[in-house]
Design a binder for this molecule. Structure first.
Ligand SMILES: Cc1ncc(COP(=O)(O)O)c(C=O)c1O
Length: 360
């Protein structure tokens, strides 16, 4: 796609995924300042971004540490020049373990584990590849996804990691994904603090046994400051705060929605109009999207290639543009191949979204 820098948004064809760089700068600057104030490290979750050009843009603004959900995201980050990457998941298939062991030669990589046999397999693979790998134990802080229970199982696994050649014990990850979307901020806070408690107890257990725990990481856009306030936490790992979506924006108005899908009105009737993008371009897994700057216009239905929007007042003309704010930014990035970065209503850069549509 050839779109020269300086092209006005109004001249773009639709649908197109837009990233407002001024809003990204504001979101990043805000959280960097808050983390600095608390002496906490910020690791940005790349599963929300998936775009190497955006990773380079953030690196130029001081982001040195990224989190990845998948190996292909690690590859995109390495190609973008990022070195400090934590793969926040368990890697267990032989093909992926040897891919990870080989990638570990090119960066400062770490991975999460929750199983002794997996630790042994990772150790054997890095020894064979001639690389080394950081390892964090994933602790289940109540989400009931991956992770070992806090306490004795953490100590057992940490001792094994310490005695496995090629692996370096880095610390603990405890992500409380089940709490991110609790509407009441007071309840979100108290449940987050309760969830992180056993993680910190596990840290103390390791330290009493003489094991150094350099990193304790977790937290997301919904809980970042509660997580960051706990003594013993060293790092937070949110992703959505940069792009945002209309769902998270209700909980976190301090972060602006920088991601939108530019669309065109292709049809209109008595009290509704239809846009030229639907569920194939706008994720609806967290609910219906919103129309940017037109708060009285209500999205009522998305189908594959169309979105129907009801209006009380004047209908927009056919050919008018609307920016749609998705209800889930991460899943929307996964639907597009190209991101158009804009500033002040004009194109600044066009970036491929290398990790979109990939699950490996
Ligand atoms: C391991 C992990 N850390 C952090 C996050 C936080 O992401 P977000 O800030 O987008 O809520 C997630 C979200 O899925 C996650 O899986």
């Amino acid at each position: 796609m050839s779109i020269p820098p300086g092209t006005p948004i109004a001249a773009l064809d639709t649908p197109a995924l837009l990233l407002d760089l001024d809003a990204i700068d504001a979101n990043l600057g805000f959280l960097q300042r808050e983390c600095d104030r608390r002496n906490i490290a910020l690791r940005v979750h790349f599963k929300s971004l998936k775009c190497g050009g955006l990773a380079r843009y953030l690196a130029a603004r001081g982001v040195s540490a990224f989190l990845a959900a998948k190996l292909n995201e690690v590859e995109t980050l390495l190609s973008a020049g990022v070195r400090d990457i934590l793969l926040a998941n368990e890697i267990v298939t032989p093909t992926k373990i040897s891919r990870l062991a080989s990638l570990a030669k090119s960066g400062d990589l770490a991975v999460c584990v929750d199983d002794a046999d997996n630790v042994r397999a990772l150790g054997a693979a890095v020894t064979e590849a001639g690389s080394t790998l950081g390892v964090l134990i994933e602790v289940d802080v109540g989400m009931r996804r991956c992770g070992v229970a806090p306490g004795a199982p953490v100590l057992e696994l940490a001792s094994l990691i310490q005695h496995t050649p090629g692996l370096h014990f880095r610390g603990l990850q405890g992500y409380e994904g089940h709490l991110q979307q609790i509407a009441d901020a007071g309840e979100r806070r108290s449940r987050c603090l309760a969830a992180v408690g056993p993680l910190i107890e596990s840290r103390k257990l390791l330290e009493t046994a003489g094991i150094v725990v350099p990193v304790v990481t977790g937290g997301g856009t919904g809980t970042w400051e509660f997580y960051a306030s706990v003594e013993g936490v060293t790092e937070i790992q949110p992703g959505s705060f940069l792009l945002m979506d209309c769902f998270y924006h209700r909980l976190r108005p301090e972060f602006a929605c920088s991601l939108s899908i530019l669309t065109t009105v292709v049809s209109r009737r008595e009290n509704w109009y239809v846009l030229d993008a639907g569920s194939k371009a706008i994720s609806q897994d967290f609910g219906v999207p919103a129309i940017k700057s037109h708060t009285t216009e209500r999205v009522v239905k998305l189908v594959e290639e169309h979105t129907r929007v009801e209006v009380d007042r004047q209908l927009p003309a056919i050919g008018s543009q609307r920016e749609v704010l998705p209800a889930h930014c991460c899943a929307t990035m996964n639907l597009h191949r190209v991101a158009i970065a804009t500033r002040g209503g004009k194109v600044e850069a066009v970036w491929p979204i290398e990790s979109s549509g990939r699950y490996d």
